[in-house]
Write a protein that binds this ligand. Structure first.
Ligand code: ZN
Length: 300
C-alpha cells in the first residue's frame, strides 16, 4: 500500500519526468456560446480544458452583440461548442471575422428537434432551440462534447471519456428526480404561462403544459394585444401560475398576475445560468431550481 508520502514522492518524480512535455500537456482553450453549454463543457473537459463562454449568466443568447474579446477567444480556441437549431444567429459572422480554425461542435446533433410554437413571429428559428430543457437531450449534448473534445485533443480522450461517464451518471439521477417531482403534481395543474417558448422540450419530456402566448418572445416586446390575449388565456384555461424567466423583463408578468389573480411563481432559468452565488449556477442546479419552483406553485 502506498503511503501519503509515497504518493507525494511519486507525484514529484512524475512532475520532473513530465516537465519537458509541459507545453504539449497544457490545457486547451475552447469556446462555448452560452453559459449552460459552458457548464456542460467544463464538466466533460475538467482540468484539461480552459472554457471561455461568450454569452454569460442571466444574459439573452437569442440577441447578442459579440465583442472584440469574443473574436479573440474564438481565434485562440481549438474547438467551439454551439447549440445549433438556429439559437446563435449571430455566430456565423463572428466565426468568419475571428479567422478561427477551431472545430465547430454542434451539441444538439442527434436530438429529436421540436418545432417552435411561436415560429411565425421568429423567422430565423424554425426549430425550437431550447433542447437542453430535457435532461435526455442534455445527455446527448454531453456525448457530443466528449467526442468533440476527443477530436480536438486526442491525447486526452481517456480523461474526457471518464469525466463524461461520471457526469452522465449525475444526469441520470437528475432525470429521475425531475420525473419524480413533476409526477407529484396532479396532471390538471401542470400548466403555466411563461414569457417565451423555452420549455417545449421540458413539456414534451415530463408531461407539463407551457403556454407562451404568440408574439411574446424574448426578442420582441409584447404589444398591448399580446398582454390582453395572455390574460384571456389564463382566465379561460384556469392556469394556476405565471413565472418569470431570468432573461426576460419581469414587469409584464407581474402586471398579468395582478390582473388575473394567477399565482406569481418564482424565477425560472431557461436560457442562462444564474450568477455563481445564485440558485442556478450549473445546469444541474438550474433544472433543480426550476422543478422546485413548479412544485411550489402548482402542488395544491
Ligand atoms: Zn430562449
Amino acid at each position: 500500500m502506498l503511503t501519503r508520502r509515497g504518493i507525494l514522492l511519486l507525484t514529484g518524480w512524475a512532475g520532473l519526468l513530465c516537465a519537458s512535455r509541459a507545453v504539449a500537456q497544457a490545457r486547451i482553450s475552447v469556446v462555448a456560446t452560452f453559459s449552460i453549454l459552458g457548464d456542460l463543457v467544463r464538466n466533460v473537459g475538467g482540468d484539461e480544458v480552459e472554457v471561455a463562454t461568450l454569452v454569460g449568466a442571466n444574459a439573452n443568447v437569442h440577441v447578442y452583440s459579440p465583442t472584440p474579446a469574443d473574436a479573440k477567444s474564438l481565434a485562440a480556441a481549438k474547438a467551439v461548442f454551439v447549440n445549433g437549431l438556429g439559437l446563435e444567429g449571430w455566430l456565423t459572422r463572428l466565426i468568419a471575422a475571428s479567422g478561427t480554425k477551431a472545430t465547430v461542435v454542434v451539441c444538439s446533433d442527434g436530438i429529436r428537434p421540436l418545432e417552435r410554437e411561436d415560429q411565425q413571429r421568429v423567422g430565423h428559428e424554425v426549430m425550437d432551440p431550447h433542447a437542453w430543457q430535457s435532461v435526455a437531450n442534455a445527455k446527448i449534448y454531453v456525448a457530443n462534447i466528449r467526442d468533440g473534445l476527443s477530436r480536438a485533443e486526442p491525447s486526452k480522450k481517456d480523461v474526457y471519456y471518464a469525466n463524461a461517464t461520471s457526469y452522465l451518471s449525475k444526469l441520470d439521477a437528475l432525470e429521475k428526480e425531475v420525473s419524480e417531482v413533476i409526477g407529484e403534481i396532479s396532471p390538471e395543474r401542470r400548466k403555466i404561462i411563461t414569457t417565451h417558448a423555452a420549455f417545449g422540450y421540458f413539456a414534451d419530456a415530463y408531461g407539463m403544459q407551457f403556454i407562451s402566448p404568440e408574439g411574446v418572445s424574448s426578442d420582441a416586446e409584447p404589444s398591448a394585444r399580446d398582454v390582453a390575449e395572455i390574460i384571456a388565456q389564463i382566465k379561460k384555461q384556469h392556469i394556476p401560475a405565471v413565472f418569470l424567466e431570468n432573461v426576460v423583463d419581469p414587469r409584464l408578468l407581474q402586471e398579468i398576475a395582478g390582473e388575473t389573480g394567477a399565482k406569481m411563481g418564482g424565477t425560472l432559468y431557461s436560457d442562462a445560468l444564474s450568477e455563481a452565488n445564485g440558485p442556478a449556477a450549473s445546469y444541474i442546479e438550474l433544472m433543480r431550481s426550476n422543478i422546485r419552483q413548479f412544485a411550489k406553485a402548482l402542488k395544491s
